[in-house]
Design a protein around this ligand. Structure first.
Ligand SMILES: [Zn+2]
Length: 217
């Protein structure tokens, strides 16, 4: 049975929630979708019974801090474990070219060359093009560009337990995608707030959506 385990549902500057990220889990393994923005990713994984050392497939939807920086903390924890003599299986990271470049730049500016070499020896980056298909833990994923107005962002479609799932990231939905929605049983999208709260939080100004605006599509 395939499961979606939410690790966080907070927005990019949430104080009391962890940033939005989740795991798709089955008998074969764990597929981490985004990493949040801090070392709390390790704690959140622990809380749902997942050892960070057992994550071998990661998708980064886009290069915003609250989706990508948790990855750096995962790298730090992994490097410590390796220094203590443990062996870690290779990690596949699926992301678009902008996210890939941002990960590499962060590593370049904040970490010594030895650390970068160690991570490079462990990580296999799969730089995604629109429409690329990969099988991860026995599940077929099609990754696609959500045509975001800010930084380049990818979502994916897949079938979990015979139901079609569409994951659309966190930006205001682009109307060019509306036709795609019709073919799915479940659509996951990170809405910013309730429609009634729009006047307080200004979701659209922040290039996000309200729950009502998404569900009406
Ligand atoms: Zn974002």
């Amino acid at each position: 049975m395939d499961k979606i385990i939410m690790l966080g549902t907070g927005n990019g500057v949430a104080m009391n929630l962890y940033n939005t990220c989740f795991v798709i889990q089955n008998d074969i393994g764990n597929f981490l979708v985004d990493t949040g923005g801090s070392i709390e990713i390790i704690k959140r994984l622990n809380e749902v019974g997942i050892d960070f050392k057992e994550i071998h497939n990661i998708f980064i939807s886009h290069s915003h801090t609250d989706h990508v920086l948790g990855l750096i903390w995962l790298f730090r924890k992994i490097s410590l474990v390796i220094k203590m003599g443990e062996t870690i299986e290779p990690i596949n990271i699926y992301c678009n070219d902008v996210a890939y470049n941002s990960i590499k730049e962060i590593l370049k500016y904040f970490f010594p060359i030895k650390f970068i070499e160690l991570i490079d020896s462990l990580v296999n980056y799969i730089v995604l093009d629109d429409g690329d298909k990969y099988s991860i833990n026995g599940i077929n994923y099609t990754f696609f560009d959500i045509k975001a107005k800010s930084t380049k962002q990818f979502g994916f479609e897949c079938i979990l337990n015979n139901k079609k799932l569409l994951f659309l990231g966190d930006e205001t939905l682009n109307p060019v995608l509306y036709d795609r929605f019709k073919r799915f049983d479940y659509v996951m999208h990170e809405a910013f707030c309730l429609d009634s709260e729009e006047k307080i939080y200004h979701a659209f100004l922040k290039k996000h959506s309200t729950t009502k605006s998404v569900s009406e599509v």
